[in-house]
Write a protein that binds this ligand. Structure first.
Ligand code: TMP
Length: 210
């Protein structure tokens, strides 16, 4: 995976709450832009106007306002909107897309932690023709420490953060399980390191895959 201007790739960043995904996204984008690449940094749920409107429904309000199936349907609608308006056009012109969360988050939060049948998620991914990321960085960090970091940062956007400790433990375990199942696509990074060290390791992995 050579970071040359005309060789865009789809990179996703995954992990629990407060693991440093947005900091890594900015760091990778700066590095790739410095190499002359066209880079789009985006996030889910969000990244396009319709998806941003759906985001508010998902991350605000009472923890019990949606069940896992309802959440998965809303995330899938937001994802389709994001793919159509932002991700596919960027990849088509050769840009690098760095996306903070994607379908592995649905597998961790709605399937593993929320109890949704994995077959339902596979069907939704097929229905919206969700492309497989070229590379996924899984940032791993103890949920209690991550939640402490993220607390108060996203005012009013804490619907998932307010879920119980065992929910967040299942989220973490599933991200590690996904990475173990798909070692070609996924790289686990220890998010307990400094942000600079996490970025350095991510860049080394990117270069190793060129
Ligand atoms: P953020 O805090 O990283 O912006 O993400 C918003 C919340 O949405 C976060 O708590 C994780 C959750 N989420 C899911 O539960 N399933 C998904 O598919 C995605 C993309 C996010």
């Amino acid at each position: 995976m050579s970071p040359t201007p005309k060789s865009g790739r789809f990179i996703t960043l995954e992990g629990g709450e407060g693991v440093g995904k947005s900091t890594l996204a900015r760091g990778l984008a700066d590095a790739l832009s410095g190499d002359g690449c066209d880079v789009v940094v985006t996030r889910e749920p969000g990244g396009a106007p319709g998806a941003v409107a759906i985001r508010a429904l998902l991350v605000q309000g009472d923890a019990g306002r949606w069940d896992a199936m309802e959440e998965a349907l809303l995330f899938a609608a937001a994802r389709r909107n994001h793919l159509t308006h932002t991700i596919r056009p960027a990849l088509a012109r050769g840009a690098w897309v760095i996306c903070d969360r994607y379908y592995d988050s649905t597998r961790a939060y709605q399937v593993a932690a929320g109890g949704l049948d994995p077959v339902a998620l596979d069907a939704l991914n097929a229905l919206i023709e969700a492309p497989r990321p070229d590379l996924t960085f899984v940032l791993d960090f103890a949920p209690e420490a991550g939640l402490e970091r993220s607390q108060g940062r996203n005012l009013g956007e804490d619907r998932f953060e307010r879920k119980a400790a065992d929910f967040h433990a299942r989220v973490r375990a599933e991200f590690l399980a996904i990475a173990a199942r798909e070692p070609q696509r996924c790289v686990v990074l220890d998010a307990g390191q400094s942000a600079a060290d996490v970025l350095k390791q991510a860049r080394t992995e990117l270069e190793a895959r060129s």
